[in-house]
Ligand binder design. Structure first.
Ligand code: NAD
Length: 313
């Protein structure tokens, strides 16, 4: 089977590529190394697989690629490429979100509708589609009201996937990831910033009072959910993928302190527009349809991210 991963040098795409290759699958990875964060980190993500004979890596901008040609004999597409990040999605930068999240997803779906080979199109959606809500845990059927332009762009991608399923039978499935962490985590994400600060004795700046909570999901569990979705999900579905724990930011800082064995100064500043107060995933649908439940505990996953970051900083 041939698997195509878009955004394959990124945090989640690279972990998914490693998992598929470890299972002996053939993988094509494509990524253009957008300048959102350091190229070296992305190169580091894929360095151990670049020489794997089952891995073909293409450094290309998907918006400038003949997508029909790219996917013509591909069995599974895992569409991870996007402009990530909630806070930078306001203002003029929305143009980048519009291009890489909405337009790119539409172009890929257009190409996918011509394919006879394609068995599943797995789209990386996000818990950010829910926005701030009192309905916790979040279930797939509840009202969607993103509070960031990023969330709006991910929801647009999800809606496009459903449209192409309904109208052209493209076998899409959207996975709503809840805050992902672990080896390879993006440098703009809270845990990466906090652990780096602990390791280097820098001040930690928490936006808000630290009492906000997140359902944190280990990246290995996200990769597994993608493969299960490709194999098991009926087409046209939208499914939450969450982790083992919902944790307050302050609790996670306390645990980092214990794991790293050092302390550092923490200051609290104003909440940022676009950040939600709480997320928590109802993952019963993932259990029923995919046979997915998270396997790696919060502490174990945090230790893995700390060990990975110790090698970088
Ligand atoms: P990432 O930025 O590490 O990876 C995305 C990759 O896509 C990058 O390497 C980038 O260079 C590539 N890319 C973007 N536009 C491209 C284009 N036009 N052509 C080729 N490559 C392009 O981000 P990530 O955290 O790994 O996120 C992966 C996916 O998961 C995204 O769709 C994101 O919206 C979604 N997601 C992530 C999280 C999370 O917690 N990390 C949560 C919810 C959803």
């Amino acid at each position: 089977m041939k698997h195509l991963i878009t955004g394959s040098a990124g945090f989640i795409g690279s972990n998914l590529a490693k998992k598929l290759l470890a299972e002996g699958e053939e993988v094509i990875g494509i990524d253009c190394f957008t300048d959102y964060y350091a190229r070296e980190l992305k190169e580091n993500n894929i360095k151990e697989i670049l020489n794997n004979p089952n891995y073909t890596f293409l450094e290309k901008d998907l918006l400038k690629t003949d997508l029909k040609e790219l996917i013509k004999d591909v069995d599974y597409i895992y569409h991870q490429a996007a402009q990530a990040g909630v806070r930078s999605s306001w203002g003029e930068d929305f143009e980048i979100y519009n291009q890489n999240n909405i337009l790119l997803t539409q172009k890929l779906l257009e190409a996918a509708k011509e394919s006879r080979q394609l068995k599943k199109f797995v789209y990386a959606s996000s818990s950010s589609v829910y926005g701030d809500t009192d309905q916790i845990p979040m279930t797939e059927k509840q009202r969607l009201q993103p509070v960031s332009p990023y969330g709006v762009s991910k929801l647009a991608g999800e809606n496009l996937c459903y449209l192409y399923y309904k109208n052209f039978n493209v076998p899409t499935v959207s996975l709503r990831y809840f805050t992902v962490f672990g080896e390879g985590q993006r440098p703009d994400m809270a845990f990466h910033i906090f652990i780096k600060a602990f390791l280097q004795g820098e001040i930690i700046n928490v936006f808000g009072d630290g009492e906000q909570s997140r359902n944190f999901t280990y990246v290995g569990d996200i990769a597994r959910a993608n493969i299960l979705a490709a194999q098991n999900s009926p087409a046209g579905e939208i499914i939450n993928v969450g982790g083992t724990n919902t944790v307050k930011l302050n609790q996670s800082l306390e645990l980092m302190k214990q794991i790293i064995g050092s302390d550092t100064k923490i200051i609290y500043s104003k909440k940022v527009k676009g950040d939600v107060k709480h997320t928590a995933a109802d993952i019963s649908k993932a259990d029923q349809l995919l046979g997915y439940s998270p396997e790696v505990t919060f502490k174990e996953a945090l230790e893995r991210e700390v060990n990975w970051l110790k090698k970088i900083y």
